[in-house]
Design a protein. Structure first.
Length: 397
């Protein structure tokens, strides 16, 4: 029988989606599932983004520019300008979601066996992107008790070898909701400069900040890092356009961008309708993002308030994004999450979480943790927490 590649065999399963067979089982039993396991917003996309598709009179979907349409890239430049980020269209490569932007980035800067340093827990698919690019993830542990703040620079320095090509962070973080400060970014920038490596920052949740008197600082705001910094972004979460599959890779490093264009040529062009929807969303009223931000902040507060009522459960305090980590009074949160889908319901409903261990690459960490996405309306979040509370009582017995 023909063999499967070692790379394919070793590619890690997504902890976000690996429980889907158990969810399918629950649905077949007639249960309703409250999905707090995945970052799929239920907030409507901007009306402009759906209308532009409905009103499209295209009768031939031709290939577009490999870099993404110039009008889309100019719209992005205007958006970033509002946030004191000065770029031009030549600094941008539009990709099929932030996922492709990260894949392009890793393939541009790394050879097989090279390393990237990532504070953990981190977005689970970083493991997959690295594995698919034959790159080794070198984790630096951040701790629940510290609300997952950046590990000390000394700990990061210790991890750097001749094979280190970059430090990768998500700001604000998926899965923890931690918001890296300007000072922390400066410390990472110093490491990048001193070791002649890149700093990659995934900023897809940059608009969703929940702490008063705190603002998001972009890695592109540091001019002295122009040759070292790479910004990853997407319209998916910001405008509830996950299915549009439109992201971008941004850098002022011309050699990096010209190399990434070669990879962009291989996949020809990003999706036409996705670009149309994304551009319409970017140019929509600023009120859309303001209202979305307020709604996520409201949901965050409801989740924290309700979770704190459950004895034995601890919760991190997300400063941004729409996720947090909770520690449960169970030995194995993945087994508990499966049990919720196969053996438990309350009023014909159950809830689905993402097991925390899948957001670590160090074995044995996060076993009693879950990631919770506050992506459902407040009433559903309250119901989900009630289900969790009842389930934990029964599960312990």
């Amino acid at each position: 029988m023909p063999k499967i590649s070692i790379k394919g065999k070793e590619l890690p399963d997504s902890p976000i989606r690996k429980l889907m067979p158990y969810a399918d089982f629950a649905l077949k039993k007639g249960l309703k599932i409250l999905h707090l396991n995945i970052g799929q917003p239920d907030i409507h996309s901007p009306i402009e983004s759906t209308e532009v598709i409905k009103n499209s009179n295209l009768n031939n979907l031709q290939y577009g520019s490999s870099e993404g349409s110039i009008s889309f890239r100019k719209s992005l430049c205007k958006y970033y300008l509002k946030n004191n980020i000065y770029i031009n269209p030549e600094n941008i490569i539009v990709t099929t979601g932030a996922s492709e932007a990260l894949t392009f980035t890793l393939n541009c800067i790394c050879d097989a066996g090279d390393e990237i340093i990532i504070p953990e827990p981190f977005y689970a698919n970083y493991n997959g992107f690295a594995s698919a690019s034959s790159v080794k993830v070198v984790p630096v542990i951040s701790h629940f008790k510290d609300n997952f703040k950046l590990p000390s620079t000394n700990n990061i320095f210790k991890k750097i070898t001749k094979k280190t090509k970059a430090i990768l962070i998500c700001n604000p973080s998926n899965p923890t909701g931690y918001l890296y400060s300007k000072k922390e970014l400066e410390s990472l920038g110093k490491i990048a400069i001193e070791n002649d490596i890149y700093i990659i920052v995934d900023e897809v949740y940059r608009e969703f900040i929940h702490i008063k008197n705190r603002k998001h600082t972009s890695i592109l705001e540091f001019d002295y890092l122009n040759q070292n910094s790479i910004l990853i972004d997407s319209v998916s979460k910001r405008y509830s356009l996950c299915g549009a599959r439109v992201g971008c890779m941004i850098s002022k490093n011309k050699n990096l961008i010209s190399t990434a264009i070669k990879f962009a040529h291989l996949r020809l062009s990003p999706p036409t309708y996705g670009l149309m929807a994304g551009e319409a969303a970017i140019n929509s009223s600023d009120n859309y993002l303001k209202e979305a931000k307020n709604e996520y902040s409201k949901r965050r507060n409801v989740l924290i308030e309700e979770i704190k009522k459950i004895k034995g459960v601890k919760i991190s305090y997300p400063m941004g994004a729409f996720y947090c980590i909770a520690e449960l009074p169970v030995k194995n949160a993945e087994n508990f999450s499966k049990w919720l889908l196969t053996d438990f319901s309350l009023n014909n409903e159950t809830v689905m979480f993402a097991p925390g261990s899948g957001f670590y690459s160090s074995p044995g960490l996060g076993l009693n943790q879950i990631r919770i996405g506050f992506v459902l309306e407040s009433k559903k979040i309250k119901r989900a927490v009630k289900i969790l509370e009842k389930a934990l009582t029964i599960y312990k017995n």
